[in-house]
Design a protein around this ligand. Structure first.
Ligand code: NDP
Length: 458
């Protein structure tokens, strides 16, 4: 008989928490998981999943425009109904949330729909009924929350990615603040759905940290879709007026829009969680500090996912949760390898990427070879669309090892997933060259780029 009510108490039923709870239970642990919002977490409820559904919705605009070149005649202006999309999305995420719940219940994980706070190294309190639960281990999997910046008068009129999916009316005019993943994805979606989008950010380009040519490609594609960029500019004030929300910008301009979406990053969700009651250390932004096993400095407390601010992506949180459960309850020894995580930015066209961008590679390696290709995709020959595909392979010039691959184009996310395997295995450029092409595809360019575009030595 254990001295504790449960072996594992998980705070947060998102990607990382649900996986950890389920696997720990499968290993025979008694598990309780607390969730204050909806089972599924950010990814399922107001992140990756609904975002991708909206991306699909937005791309019909291009499909309708492309169809004529292939012999189709469509109504002059196909109509889009925002409410129908929101309702369909809601139905799907409710279904997914139900599946998550079933999965937990099938594994005999007890779900408590309540906020939970840590009151000691082995003790949590449920806020709905004040119950205290003792646990051998506590897993913090509370994710992140939008951080709205800059703090300006009228910021309360703006929305974050939490609210933007469920706007009651489709915004005809939208100001997007920020230039990261969330900002560019929503700018792309809303512009395609027919909204006039203005995007303001403090930097001189979108997607800091990504390969420079890819950043430029995303910027150009969004601009082509109608996004009005204001670089080096942020709002200084937002006012509600009869015409809409009036945003004063730092360059002296005023713009009037229906909604302001602020996407200026996310912060680990640790405030008020009581972690100090267990002596858990956090960093300056409030992220829980963990080691390679997701263990905090408090031996009974672990943390996975965005709350640890390592690589803030759902598959990473899932892997961390799984590794934690296997290590602590399954008698295995698994550290998560955070190197070369492939990811995608779901603008249109998409950006799929794995490994180092050119700039980062040049900062870290003595000799860097670049292979790049830019071309019009085959579909565009008949559709007449201006879409371009860009690809870049970044290679260590001394060892021939592929350090990074970057693709801007249709289904680049799908390509990045497969390239992730090759890069993770340590593929060389010669391995790419030895691979036969699949024809006719865009991806075949990846194995047919024979001529180096540049060599950089330092
Ligand atoms: P990002 O970190 O990607 O981007 C934040 C943006 O806000 C940047 O443009 C940044 O500017 C700007 N910013 C940050 N602080 C300030 C400030 N104080 N004042 C003004 N501007 C500021 O965050 P997101 O919110 O877009 O996304 C959060 C995270 O969610 C991502 O990092 C990613 O991990 C995850 N995500 C992943 C997706 C995917 O995989 N497709 C999709 C959506 C989210 P600057 O560039 O100058 O630093």
């Amino acid at each position: 008989m254990s001295d504790f009510d449960v072996d594992l108490f998980v705070i947060g039923a998102g990607s990382g928490g649900v996986r950890a709870a389920r696997i720990a239970a499968a290993h025979g642990a008694s598990v309780m998981v607390a969730e204050e919002f909806r089972i599924g977490g950010t990814c399922v409820i107001r992140g990756c999943v609904p975002k991708k559904l909206y991306v699909y919705a937005s791309r019909f605009a291009d499909d309708f425009a492309d169809a004529a070149g292939f012999g189709w005649t469509l109504p002059a202006r196909p109509a889009f109904d925002w409410r129908k999309l929101v309702d369909a999305k809601e139905k799907e995420i409710t279904r997914l949330s139900g599946l998550y719940r079933q999965n937990l219940e099938r594994n005999k994980v007890e779900i408590v729909e309540s906020r939970a706070e840590v009151i000691g190294p082995n003790r949590v309190r449920l806020l709905n009924d004040g119950r205290e639960i003792t646990a051998k281990y506590i897993l913090v999997a509370t994710g992140g929350a939008p951080a709205l910046e800059p703090s300006i008068p009228g910021l309360e009129h703006a929305v974050s990615s939490n609210e933007v999916f469920d706007l009651t009316a489709f915004p005809q005019r939208l100001l997007v603040v920020g230039g990261g993943y969330i900002a560019v994805e929503f700018a792309s979606v809303f512009a395609r759905l027919g909204c006039k989008v203005t995007q303001a950010m403090r930097a001189d380009n979108v997607l800091r940290g990504f390969d420079g040519d890819m950043r430029a490609g995303v910027r150009d594609a969004l601009r082509h879709a109608g996004v009005d960029f204001r670089f080096g500019v942020l709002p200084t004030k937002i006012e509600k007026t009869a015409e809409g929300l009036k945003a004063a910008l730092s360059d002296g301009a005023d713009i009037v829009v229906d909604q302001v979406l602020v996407a200026t990053g996310r912060r680990p969700h640790t405030r008020g969680l009581g972690l100090e009651n267990a002596g858990v250390e956090m960093d300056a932004v409030g992220a829980v500090k963990v080691d390679g096993y997701s263990r905090t400095n408090a031996p009974s407390v672990y943390a996975v996912g965005d709350v640890t601010n390592r690589v803030n992506l759902t598959p990473v949180a899932i892997r961390e949760g799984h590794a934690f459960a296997d290590t602590v309850f399954g008698g295995r020894d698994i550290r998560v390898d955070h190197a070369n995580v492939a990811s995608a930015v779901f603008t249109t066209p998409e950006l799929g990427t794995v490994g180092l961008g050119e700039e980062d590679a040049r900062a870290q390696y003595d000799v860097v070879d670049i292979y790049s290709a830019g071309f019009r995709p085959m579909k565009a020959t008949l559709s007449g669309s201006a879409e371009r595909v860009a690809m870049k392979i970044v290679v260590d010039g001394k060892t021939d090892k592929v350090l990074g691959v970057h693709i801007l184009g249709h289904e680049a996310g799908e390509m990045a997933q497969l390239l992730g395997i090759a890069v993770k295995m340590g593929a060389t450029k010669a391995d790419f060259d030895a691979t036969m092409a699949v024809h006719p595809t865009a991806a075949e360019e990846l194995v047919t780029m024979r001529t180096r575009s540049a060599r950089h030595e330092r």
